[in-house]
Write a protein that binds this ligand. Structure first.
Ligand code: UDP
Length: 368
């Protein structure tokens, strides 16, 4: 093959949301892109695959939510979105509670139904610290000990594999706290899932690119270092230096087909007990009843594990001081590639932020 035919403007390492959005923008501007991924499919952790008429979110529930109209329209124009407002439940020692923390949750916990009474009861339960320095102190000072013990401590320590007192409060600030009877998990104006599944969305994003799945960037250094003018890398930065020192929290997923039509009555139940290993069970058909299967349902158990466990999917950067410093050090050392996305930036981005970051990178690229 002549070098001209194999030459790309961009090699994009990782076909997740960041890499695929960048690839889309670059290819629409006439750039020739090759997108590779070590998994055997595109879409990274956002990927869904239709089985028995159900879009199965293979890597846990992915609900797209944003308050940015432009970002919503970007996604919706590529793959039409179906409104979906997540209203997960929490299971703790045989009892069910509404999430996020709102008047329904408080009524279930305290038996009271008026906000002013609830506020009084929560206030009595607070454990105040001058300046909360970690997640535990922040939660105890904000929602009080009862809610912390039932709905936060077990779930968070399972999810992150660390004590709440060793985690930053920023992790839980993602969760709204409302004094209204509103069970909607996210507060964003636009919320939904792709009507035709995330696989359709990714096929649209990558429609004008060359895509090679099942290829590890580090497995073919001679080929990949010469194939394109520019490389966008979306993996973990320490791996660029042959190291694995940054900590990631991993997840394992176990999918089950059940011969019933409705297993749990909602898309997501969180298991906040510390004695159960899994944090969530997702029943996928509830995301998109339009494609409801008439013969069965599919559920997924989600169990947090160390990112270095065999078979673990590295999902969450763990933003401790040590890890953030290490990441800063790697950032400073990177040469010759541009990078971004949840793994490379070591940031807990939501999907909308991931898309917006990729858009910003593409804008900077055009100016460089
Ligand atoms: N969280 C919790 N109990 C729950 C759900 C969430 O304590 O039932 C806390 C936990 O610390 C978690 C954070 O809220 O890390 C953010 O949760 P979210 O559900 O947003 O995590 P994601 O869906 O992004 O994995």
């Amino acid at each position: 093959m002549s070098s001209k035919r194999t030459k790309y403007d961009y090699l994009i390492v990782g076909a997740g949301l960041f890499g695929s959005t960048f690839a889309y923008l670059a290819s629409q501007a006439g750039k020739k892109c090759l997108v590779i991924d070590k998994r055997n499919h595109v879409g990274g952790c956002c990927y869904s695959r239709r089985s028995f008429g159900i879009d199965v979110h293979l890597y846990g529930p992915h609900i797209f939510h944003t308050s940015n109209k432009k970002t919503w329209e970007f996604v919706d124009s590529l793959s039409p979105m179906r409104p979906f407002y997540n209203q997960p439940l929490a299971f703790y020692r045989g009892e069910i509670f509404n999430l996020p923390f709102n008047m329904n949750t408080f009524r279930q916990i305290y038996g009271e139904y008026l906000p002013e009474n609830i506020e009084r009861l929560i206030k009595k339960d607070l454990i105040l610290t001058d300046e909360p320095t970690n997640l535990e102190e922040y939660a105890l000072a904000t929602v009080g000990k009862t809610i912390y013990d039932k709905l936060i401590k077990g779930y968070t320590e399972k999810q992150w594999g660390k004590k709440c007192s060793d985690l930053p409060a920023s992790l839980i600030k993602r969760l709204p706290l409302r004094m209204t009877y509103d069970n909607t998990y996210f507060s964003d104006q636009y919320q939904g899932v792709p009507k035709n599944g995330y696989d359709h969305l990714f096929n649209q994003l990558l429609k004008d690119c060359d895509v090679a799945v099942g290829y590890d960037y580090f497995g073919n250094p001679d080929l990949f270092s010469h194939i394109a003018d520019r490389t966008l890398y979306t993996g973990r930065l320490d791996e660029l230096f042959g190291e694995k020192t940054l900590e990631f929290r991993g997840l394992k997923f176990e999918h089950k087909i059940l011969p019933v039509l409705n297993h749990q009555g909602c898309a997501v139940i969180n298991y906040t007990d510390s004695c159960l290993p899994y944090t969530r069970i997702t029943e996928h058909k509830h995301f998109n009843p339009v494609h409801d299967s008439k013969c069965c349902t599919i559920i997924t158990y989600e169990t947090p594990v160390s990112g270095s466990d065999t078979g673990a999917i590295e999902c969450y950067p763990i933003p401790t001081e040590r890890n953030l410093k290490l990441h800063e050090m790697y950032r400073g050392k990177v040469l010759n590639v541009i990078f971004g996305g949840r793994l490379a930036d070591y940031r807990y981005y939501n999907m909308d932020a991931t898309i917006e970051k990729a858009m910003q990178l593409w804008e900077r690229e055009q100016m460089s």
